[in-house]
Design a protein around this ligand. Sequence first.
Ligand SMILES: [Zn+2]
Length: 411
Amino acid sequence: MLTIKNIGELALFPPGPIGGRAMGKVERITSAAVVVDEDRIAWLGPESELDASIGGDVLNAEGGCVLPGLIDCHTHTVFAGTREHEFVRRIAGDSYEQIARDGGGIRVTVEAVRSASCDQLVELALPRLARMLRNGVTTVEIKSGYGLTVADELKMLEAIARLKKLQPIELVPTYLAAHTVPREFDGRGDAYLDAILDEKVLLRISGEGLAEFCDVFCETTAFDVAQSRRVLQAAKKFALTPKLHADQITQIGATVLAGEVGAISADHLETIDDAGIDAMKKAGCVAVLLPGCSFYLGVKQAPARRLIEANLPVALATDYNPGSAMVESLPLVMGIAATQMRMTPVETVIAVTANAAAALNRADRLGAIRVGMQADLVVLDVPNLERLVYEPGRNCVRTVIKNGSIVVSPG
Ligand SMILES: [Zn+2]
């Protein structure tokens, strides 16, 4: 038993997905307590109503706000190499196309990942995950997509599988071999898809649990709608749930495809149109927005308010990657969403908990504080959830509880 006492504000909302206006609603219990039994939440309420006979350990929240553990539902956390030279060139005005022509861009990361061993990928990712945990993140989705050969994509998924056992964050693996067409297949995207969609490969990924989801970058520079449909339908046959990088740069109908294939989420959405919104609503698709990416690239943000007004469940994630979003802090992304997309702090909290859990098919046990749900909790050093979003440049996390165990302590 673990009892958290002296909670300044306990933030309660239902499990996800939570759409539209309901994203603005939170119930707050002040002077609250939470009782954790093993890995589950056993009781919550005003501390004055706490059963005094409960034994076990006590954690003093010292008046801090308690939230569900944060969930980063879209990342590329396993990678090798960095691209700060490209970052400097972009600031100076060079376009991504120019940089790519000079051998830069995603190709640099692909070469570095191909050269790295699985062990090296694991070693590089561990400190990143440790920092995410200290920022209150208890569940992280990680995609492959920098190997771009069957062997190197499997190496990335194997690295994620090893990372699961080496640190406390729950990791959710996604097969994103259809990230871009590799150099060896220039102009032969369909032949590349033949290789990565080979039934033996998909059977192994699915059978060994190396991925739960299959993602595709549906964009003029990567895979068109017909190719993306092929990827996601092939993956579905092997129980890999579809996700898409959709409507980021150009509008080619990627979110309509998301609805058609029954994707659990469509991510990015900077150029989404009404047809895409309708398709996502009909399919019950979560809208995952990545404001850290537009912030990093200095481009237009996705229309968060329009999506919320359309009653879609909106989630937020970092898109952490070495090219377009070297941003690993989910609380910083919440701050960007508030200031640049006009999402309220309550909406940003629901977007990185209940709705992010729904985007990862985990809303039955993660993303909300309810009796019976998994005890993934964050204790802040500020008295209300607004302060977390109001101070995006400072880590406001005091204590992190994962699966009922304290994994980050003050100091
Ligand atoms: Zn991404």
